[in-house]
Write a protein that binds this ligand. Structure first.
Ligand code: AP5
Ligand code: MG
Length: 219
C-alpha cells in the first residue's frame, strides 16, 4: 500500500499530474484543495472555516486539514493507497501522514517534486479555468475545452478560481516558500524524493513520473 506524494508550487501541475497518475495506477486522487472546495460548495462548518483562509491565500490550520485527509484515506477506495495532491503542506502534516501510514500499514513515497520556474506560474494561473460543477481543470492555451467556456466532462460553465487573482497567487507562493518548500528536504532526507521537470508539456511530465515509478517497481 502506497501513498504517492505530489509536491510543487501553486500552478506547478500537481492536480493535472495526480489525475493522470490516478488513472494510470488505479489509485484515488486525493486533493486537499478539492476536498476543501467540496466543503465550501456544500456549506459545511469546515467549508466556512476553510474559505476564510483560502480566499486570503493562507493555509487552513493543520488540525482541520489532517482530520479531513485522514477521513478521506479511511474510505474503502483508498485501501490500496492514494495519490496525494497538496497534502502534506507543512512539516506537522508530513509527520501526521507518517502516523496515518503506520496505522494503515502503508509506505509514504515516492514524493514527486514538480519543478516549474516561478515566471511560468502567472501564465498557468491566468489561463486556468475550472468547471463549476466538479472542478475539472482546463487551460485556455495548453489544455482548452472542446467548446469555449463549457466543461467537456459534464457540460457545466468554466470559471476562474477565486484564489487565482494575482494578489492571492502572490500570497500563496509566499506561503509555499515558507511552509511547504521545507518538505522537499524532509522527503529527500527520507530517501524518497524525486525531482521532476514540470516545465514541459503535460504528457512529458507524466511520462517522466511513470518512468521513475517503473524503475522503482523493478528495484
Ligand atoms: P490547492 O487547490 O492545492 O492549490 P495549490 O497548491 O495552490 O495548487 P493549484 O491547484 O493552484 O495548482 P496545481 O499544482 O494543482 O496546478 P494545476 O494542475 O491545476 O489549494 C488551494 C488552497 O486550499 C490553498 O491555498 C490552501 O488555502 C488550502 N489548502 C489546500 N491543501 C491544504 C493543506 N494541505 N493544508 C492547508 N491548507 C490547504 O495546473 C495549473 C494550470 O496549468 C492549469 O490550467 C493546467 O491546465 C495548466 N498546466 C498544468 N500542467 C501544465 C504543463 N505541463 N504545461 C502547461 N500547462 C500546464
Ligand atoms: Mg491543484
Amino acid at each position: 500500500m502506497l501513498y504517492v506524494v505530489v509536491l510543487g508550487v501553486p500552478g506547478a501541475g500537481k492536480g493535472t499530474q495526480a489525475k493522470r497518475l490516478s488513472a494510470a495506477l488505479g489509485l484515488p486522487h486525493v486533493s486537499s484543495g478539492d476536498l476543501f472546495r467540496e466543503h465550501i460548495q456544500n456549506g459545511t462548518p469546515l467549508g466556512i472555516e476553510a474559505q476564510r483562509h483560502i480566499d486570503r491565500g493562507q493555509l487552513v490550520p493543520d488540525e482541520a486539514t489532517i482530520g479531513m485527509v485522514r477521513g478521506r484515506l479511511e474510505r474503502p477506495d483508498a485501501a490500496s493507497g492514494a495519490i496525494l495532491d497538496g497534502f502534506p503542506r507543512t512539516i506537522p502534516q508530513a509527520d501526521a501522514l507518517e502516523a496515518i501510514a503506520k496505522d494503515f500499514d502503508a509506505t509514504v513515497g515516492p514524493a514527486f517534486h514538480i519543478r516549474v520556474p516561478l515566471e511560468r506560474l502567472v501564465d498557468r494561473m491566468a489561463g486556468r479555468r475550472v468547471c463549476r460543477e466538479a472542478g475539472h481543470v482546463y487551460h485556455l492555451a495548453y489544455n482548452p475545452p472542446k467548446q469555449a467556456g463549457v466543461c467537456d466532462v459534464d457540460g457545466s460553465e468554466l470559471v476562474q478560481r477565486e484564489d487565482d487573482q494575482p494578489e492571492t497567487v502572490r500570497n500563496r507562493v509566499q506561503v509555499y516558500e515558507k511552509l511547504t518548500a521545507p518538505l522537499v528536504a524532509f522527503y529527500r532526507s527520507r530517501g524518497v524524493l524525486q525531482e521532476v521537470n514540470g516545465d514541459q508539456p503535460m504528457g512529458a511530465v507524466t511520462a517522466e513520473i511513470l518512468a521513475i515509478l517503473g524503475q522503482e517497481a523493478a528495484r
